[in-house]
Write a new protein. Sequence first.
Length: 929
Amino acid sequence: MSDTKLTSTGLMPDGSQPLDINGRPITPRMRRRGMNINILCCGLGTLFAVAFWPSNALFSMYMTERLGATDLQVGFFAAIIGIGQLFQLIGVYIFDRTKTRKVLWVALVLAYRVLSFSVVGFAVYANTQGTSSTLVWAMLAVLALGFSMAQMTANAWWSWMADLAPESTRGQFFANRQLAATVASLVGTLPVILIDKIGTDAQGNYTDAADYVFIGIFAVCTLSGIVDIIIHAFIPEPARLDRPDSLTLGDTAQNLLEPMLDKHFRQFTIAMTFGAFSVMFWAPFVWPYLKDKTTIDIAYSANLITTALAGLGMMIGSRYWGVLIDRFRAKPIMAITYSAGLLSVYLLFITPGNATWLVYTIGGLLAGFMWSGMNLAVPQLMLTLSPQKTRNSYVATYGVVTGLATLAGPLLAGVLGGMARDYFDGLSFQWRWPWGTVVTHMQVLVIVGIVSRLLVYPMILRIREGNEKPMGMVLSTVLGPTQFRTLYAMRIFAGRNTGKKVEAMRRMGAESDQLAVSDLIEHLDDAEPGVRQEAALALGRVGGPEAIAALVRELTSAESDVRPEAVRALGMTGDPAAIASLKQNLAHPDESLRQQVARTLEDMPDAQAQQPLLEMIRRDEFDVTELVAMLSHAELEIRQEAALSLGRKGGPQAVEALAARLTDPQSDIRAEAAKALGMTGNRDTVPLLVRFLSDPDETVRERVTEALGELQTAEAAEPLMSLLRQDVSPTVFGHGASALARLGVMDAIWEVLPMMHQTTNVALRRQLATAVGNLIGRPAEFYHLMNNEFRSPGEQVFKLARRTRKSIERMARRMAAGPRAPQADPLRVSARHVEVAAEQFELQDYKTAIEQLHTAAMEILRSLYGFAAAEDVSVEYALSRDGRFGVGLWFLRVARDYALTAESKDELLRLDAMLGFHFLSSFTEGLTR
C-alpha cells in the first residue's frame, strides 16, 4: 500500500491529484484509462441488456410470441425496473457505511448476471415441456430478484462514475458510452434475422428453431454481462467524498428526505418521474403490438432494421448532444430532447401499409437521435444537482421516486391495455380516427402517455442547473443552419495545422459559433500569435457575455499581445459592457492603442451596417484591384480586412499596395500592411520589413517581426538576432524568437530560454517554449505536443517516453553486438531514467522528472561520446562533439537548476519537462533511423 496519506478532500495533501480508496494517486492517464475501460464495459453490458433489460423489445416479443404472455405479464416485465429502483433504499443504508463502492457493486451485479442464466433453463424447459402462465411468472420473479439485487447498488455506481469522470468532459464521456451501447445493441439484435430465416415454416408460423435462436441469444448475452462486471474491477475507484465519518439510521433517513427539500432537485425528480411514467405507459407494449398478427404483423427483421436506424441516430446524436451538453450544460438539452417522448404520436397513424417507413424513420432514426440527447442530459443533470457530499442519497432518492413511476406505469398500462383490448374486440364495429386509422388499445396508451408528458413540461423549464446557457441561445444554435460548420471548426481547433485554425476562426460569426466560445477563449493563450489574433477577432464577431469578458481581460492586461485585436473585437460587439471598457481605455498610456480605441468608438455606429461587406472580404470574394481600392475606404475595419485579404491573395499589385501603406507614416493600417506582406510569401519584401524593425509604433514592430517569421528567409536572421539582444517588448521578442526558430538559428536559444524562464505571460511563455522545441527537437512538433498535453495531461508525454525508450534500447542492442559493447550499459540505464521521468511527470512531480531526464542525457553522453570528466564541463564537451545534443543538454541543465528553486507544480516546470522529453525523443529517434 502507498505511503500517501488519505485526506478528507480525497486529494493528495498538495491538492494535485485525486486519490483512490487506498490513498494512491489517480493520475490523469489512469483516469482516462478507467473511463475507456468503462466505455468498453458499457458495450458488453448493453449486449446483456439486449436480452434482459426490463421492457426490452426482444424479450417482450419472446414472451408474447413463444410463451403466450399476457399484457399484464409484459407490463410486469417492464415494471421490474421500478421494483429494482425501490431497493436503492437498502443500497443507501449499506453504501453510507462502506469505504468502497466497487467491491460490493461487483459482487451483487455479478450475482445478478450469473442468475440470469436461469432464463436459458426456462427457455429450454418451455421448448421441451411446453409453456404456461406459471412458468412465465416464475421466470419474471427470478429476473425481478436479480435485477433488484443489481439496482440496490445503482446509486453507488453513479457516485463512483461521477467521481471518476470530470464534470467538464462528462458529457463526452457519457456520449462515448452511448456510442458503445449503440453498436453493442445492434450487434446483439443481429441474430433476430435468423428467427425469420430459419425459425418459420412455409406458412410463416414460428417453429422450435426460433426457440433455439432465442436460447442462443440469451446465453451469449449472459456471458457478455458477466465479462462486463469482471472488467469493471480494473477501473480505479476514487476516494469517497460522500461518506460521512459516522452515521445513524436517522441520518440515513434524513439524507433520503433532503433531496426532496432541494427545490430544483425536487422539480427535476418529479418531472422525470412523470416523464418516466408517460413513456413506460406505452413503450413496453409497442413491439408486441407491432408483432401481433391481428394488428400490424411486422417481421422480426424489422426490429433489427429499426434498431440499426435508431443506432445510427444515436451515434450521430451522442456526439452532437455530448458537445452541446459540455458547452451549454445539461438542462437546456434535456428541455429540447424531452420531446422525444412525444414521437409516439406516429402510432396513432400507423397501419399495416405504412408501418415499415413510420417505424424505421420516426421510431428508429429520429427517436434514436432525440433519445440519445435525453439519455445523456438526464444523468448529467442528476449528478450536477446532487451535492458531492450526499450524492449517494440524492441518486438513491431519485431512483426510488422515479422507480415508482416505472413500476406503476407499465402495470397500470397492462391492466388498462387489456381492458381496452377486450372492449374494442367486443365491438361489432370499429372506431376510426378522422384520418381513417382504426382506434386500438395501443393508441389509448399512447394518448395517456403524451398528455402526461405535456403536463409536466413547464416544470422542466423551471429547473435551474446553475450555470446553464439561456434557452434562446441554445435553440438558435440547435436550429441554426451553421451549427455543423461550427462543430467541424472545433475539430480543426484541436489539430496541429495553424493555417487551418486561422481560416476556421476567420469564418466565425454565426449564432451557432457560441458553441466554440470556450475553445476560442482557450486559444487566446495559444503559442502561435496568428491564432491568438484570429481568436480575439472571432470572439468579437460571435459576441456574448463570456466572449466580452475574455476580450476585456485581454485589453486590460499589460502582458497581452492581442490588445489591438481586442479593441477591434469589442467594437464589433456593440455591447454596452464592451463600450464601457473601451471608454475606460481612452486614456491608455500606449498612444497607438489609445488612438485605436478612439477610432473604434467613433466608427461603432456604422460598424453593424458594414458587416455584410466585411464578411465578403474575409471570404476573399473581391479581386486584388477591388481590395486595393478598399484600402482607402472610410471605415477603419474595412481597410484593415482589405489589407489582410490582399496578403492572402498575394501578387505584385498586392505587394506594391501594401508596401505603400507600410511606408506611409499617415496610414492607420501600417500594422495590418506589415502582417499582410508576410502572408504574401514574397521574400523580396524582406529588406523593406527589416527597415521597420525599429519603427516607433510597437504594434508595427510586432507585425513586422511576425511577417519576417512567416517569410522564413536567412536574410532576416541577423537583424532578428540583433533584435533579441535589444531591450524590446516581450511581444516583439516572442515574434522574433518564433521567426528565428523557424529558420533553425540555433544561437537564438541562448536568448530565448532565459526569457522563457523570466516571463509571467502565459501566451508568451508557450510561444517561446514552441520556439525552443523547434530548435532542440523535431521542428513544428512541439506545438502539437504541448496543446494535446494541456488537453489530455500525461498522454503525449507517455507516448514520447515510450518512443524514446524503444530508440535507446535499439541503440543499446546494436552497440552490444559490436566492439563498443561495454558502452551499451549506460544506454540501458538512461532508458530506465526516462521511464522514471515519465512516471514522475504523470504524478505531476515535474522537478524529479527533469532531474531524471538530465541524468538520462548524461548517460547518453557517456555511452555515445565517451564522456568521463566532471559534470560541470559536460555541456562544453557535448557541444564540441554534437552541437544539437550539446544545446539540448544545456537546456536540461538550465531546467534542472531552475527546478531546484521552483514549486514542483509550476507550469514552467511542466513545459521544461515536456521539452526535455521532446528533445530526447527527437535525438534518439534521429540516431536510429
